[in-house]
Each structure stands twice: as structure tokens, then as C-alpha cells.
Ligand binder design. Structure first.
Ligand SMILES: CC(C)(COP(=O)(O)OP(=O)(O)OC[C@H]1O[C@@H](n2cnc3c(N)ncnc32)[C@H](O)[C@@H]1OP(=O)(O)O)[C@@H](O)C(=O)NCCC(=O)NCCS
Length: 354
């Protein structure tokens, strides 16, 4: 009897540690498998359909399965654009472009080039193609980027009724989480002006910001700022004024140009830049809509510097370092972080100039 007891005791002494080691190995393997499947934060998976594709490197890449059309969310309209809820868009098709091979990209780019190409106000086509390859799950220099083009066509003859493009820039390494949407271009065909389409085109980027945040792992409540770079009003160039007025009526505000010398990088081909003596940054106005804070009359120097640094970080991904360095140098002339910078009407100075 005593021998049987000693035998059982020996079996227990040997098998219990073995069992513990086996259980720990099983738990570790299960956790590793779960981690290797986890490409996006859990809430991003629920936000919208996501296809997961393999990638040559060890880091899997998630492909955004984008909505075919942008969502019409009345709460996203700017305070001055609320009439757009009555807009009749039933005869129009809205498409979110996510790939350069999408025919809508070709159509949209041509429309933008027709309107903005001559004045070098639109990036070259290859720059936009590279932007379409950005994915907010793969941050670059501390920011997650999501570029979209929205192309609107008439159902009757498939002609273009409007095009807009923009980039959500999610700040990941900032003191306060934030998402900026850089509004590149908004073009509405003359036939559709004054009917509310432009208002919706100014609202869609708000949802782009939320989607980029979800994929980047930031909450949907992350503060959103829409920012447009606009030319200053200038004598003899009256075309600039309607653009500024459209933003003004929508409720956007302008960073006081007297206090802040904002410059946009040179969009020209590098060969042309080199042949003409180097990059020529363009002086522009910064037009802001801080979503939910539209009534505020000032922006701090610190917030403004963040905004401009995020814009230049985005530009640095597709322009040459030396061309971006020229505009970055202008930051040295900006007001200090604790300065209170006035937000003025976008058309300030337009009556004398235009
Ligand atoms: C800038 C641009 C997009 C503005 O488009 P738009 O339709 O003329 O401008 P808005 O959205 O401001 O609309 C203008 C009017 O439509 C009105 N409107 C809005 N919704 C409406 C509706 N549902 N029914 C009737 N009118 C409506 C607005 O109240 C506004 O009226 P108001 O001017 O009497 O105040 C357009 O002029 C354009 O494409 N220009 C060329 C490209 C360009 O310069 N782009 C901007 C720089 S990227």
C-alpha cells in the first residue's frame, strides 16, 4: 500500500510540472496566433468592411474596402451650408476613388487639371497616384494618411458635375490627438453651382477624418480640423474672390495673414523647379473649419504650428526633401506657441484688391 502511494506521488511530482509547461505553451501559441491576425484595432474592423491581403514584408497590409459613395450626414455640413440638405442630388452619382486604376480617377484628374493645371494649383498626376497608395494603418513620420478623390457625374450623359480631393492627416505622436483634413480642390461644374452640391463637397471630408481615425486607432471623437490653402486676393485677379467668399459663407475662418506668413510648397515638376533656380513656395491664406468650434475667434500659436507641421509632413511624403525644406524654414517666422492668433474673414482685404 505504501509502495502504491509512493508510486502515485512520484507520478504526480513528474506530471504536474509537465502539465503546467504544456498549458503555458498552449496559451502562448494561441496569443501569438491572435496577434498575427490583428492588423487593425478591433473598432476599425467594425467601422467599415476591410479586406486583409498578404504582403511581401512581414507586416500585413489591410486594404480599405471603401464605401462606393460618400455618406450624406447633415451634421457634417458647415454652419453656413445647412441649405444643402435640400439639394436635389437624385440625378447624380457620387464615387469615392481609391485607386489610380479606377476610371473615375482619370475623369476627376482631367477636370481638376482643366481648372487648376495652368496656374500650377494641382499636383502632377503621379503625386496623386502615390497619395492613393497611402493607408492610414501604415503611419509615415508620425502621421497616418488617407487620400480620397470624390467624383460626381450626371446620370444622363455621365459628364462631370463635381470633383473634390482631400487628405486626412492623423497626428499620432502629438501632445493632443488630432486629425486634420487638407482640402486640396473643390470644383463644381457651373450648371451645379448655387444648388448645394458644393456644400456637400465641403462636408464629406469630415467623414474621411473619422474613418482615418478609426483605422489609425484613434477614437471617432478626435477633434477634426478642415484646412484649405487659398490664394490671397490680388488686384486684377477677381477670380480669387468667389472662392474665398464661398468658404466664408460656409463658415470657415482665415488665419490672420498679417500674423502668419503661410507658404505652400512648389507643385511644379522637379525638372522645371531645377531649371528655374529652385523651389518657389507660394504665399497662401490658411482657411480653417475646426469642427464643433466654428464660433471661436482665435487659434493658439501652438495649434497653428501643429497644423502647418502636419501639412508639411504630408507634403514631404511626395515632394523632394529640399523643396519641402524651403517651406519648413518659414515656420521660424511664426508666432510663438502661446500667441493668440486672430481668425478673420477669408475675404479680408478683398474689396480693395478685387
Ligand atoms: C468654389 C465653388 C466650388 C463654389 O460653388 P458654389 O455652388 O458656387 O458655391 P456655394 O456652395 O457657396 O453656393 C452658393 C449659393 O448656393 C446656395 N445654396 C446652397 N444650397 C442650396 C440649395 N439647396 N438650393 C438653392 N441654393 C442653395 C447658397 O446659399 C449660396 O447662395 P448665396 O451665394 O446667395 O449665399 C465653385 O464656384 C467652383 O467650382 N469654382 C471653381 C473652382 C474653385 O475655385 N474652387 C475653389 C478652390 S479649390
Amino acid at each position: 500500500m505504501e509502495l502504491v502511494f509512493i508510486f502515485l506521488l512520484l507520478i504526480a511530482v513528474v506530471s504536474i510540472p509537465l502539465l503546467v509547461v504544456f498549458c503555458m505553451a498552449f496559451i502562448a501559441q494561441t496569443a501569438a496566433e491572435a496577434a498575427s491576425n490583428e492588423v487593425l484595432p478591433p473598432d476599425a474592423r467594425n467601422a467599415f468592411p476591410v479586406e486583409l491581403t498578404g504582403h511581401a514584408s512581414s507586416v500585413p497590409v489591410a486594404t480599405l474596402a471603401m464605401p462606393v459613395a460618400p455618406p450624406f450626414i447633415p451634421a457634417d455640413l458647415s454652419p453656413g451650408d445647412t441649405r444643402a440638405v435640400d439639394a436635389d442630388v437624385s440625378g447624380l452619382t457620387f464615387r469615392v476613388v481609391r485607386s489610380p486604376s479606377d476610371m473615375a480617377f482619370d475623369v476627376g484628374y482631367r477636370a481638376l487639371w482643366n481648372e487648376f493645371g495652368e496656374a500650377h494649383e494641382v499636383e502632377t498626376r503621379d503625386v496623386l497616384e502615390r497619395r492613393l497608395a497611402w493607408h492610414p494603418a501604415n503611419p509615415v513620420d508620425g502621421v497616418s494618411l488617407l487620400y480620397e478623390m470624390i467624383v460626381v457625374t450626371k446620370n444622363t450623359d455621365l459628364s462631370v458635375a463635381g470633383v473634390r480631393d482631400h487628405t486626412a492627416i492623423v497626428g499620432l505622436e502629438r501632445a493632443l490627438p488630432c486629425v486634420l483634413v487638407h482640402l486640396s480642390h473643390n470644383w463644381v461644374a457651373p450648371e451645379f453651382r448655387g444648388k448645394g452640391l458644393a456644400g456637400w463637397m465641403r462636408a464629406f471630408p469630415v467623414d474621411t477624418a473619422r474613418r482615418a481615425c478609426r483605422v489609425a486607432g484613434l477614437p471617432a471623437s478626435t477633434p477634426i480640423t478642415l484646412v484649405a490653402e487659398m490664394e490671397h486676393p490680388e488686384a486684377g485677379l477677381p477670380d480669387r474672390i468667389p472662392r474665398l467668399r464661398a468658404y466664408e459663407k460656409a463658415g470657415f475662418m482665415c488665419v490672420d495673414p498679417e500674423q502668419v506668413p503661410y507658404h505652400q510648397p512648389d507643385f511644379r515638376e522637379p525638372s522645371i523647379i531645377d531649371a528655374t533656380g529652385g523651389a518657389r513656395p507660394l504665399p497662401f491664406r490658411l482657411i480653417l473649419r475646426r469642427v464643433g468650434r466654428e464660433q471661436e475667434t482665435h487659434v493658439s500659436g501652438a495649434e497653428l504650428q501643429e497644423i502647418v507641421e502636419m501639412l508639411y509632413t504630408m507634403y514631404a511624403t511626395s515632394f523632394r526633401a529640399q523643396d519641402v525644406a524651403v517651406v519648413r524654414a518659414t515656420l521660424a517666422r511664426y508666432p510663438s506657441g502661446d500667441a493668440r492668433i486672430k481668425l478673420v474673414k477669408p475675404t479680408l482685404g478683398a474689396t480693395e484688391a478685387g
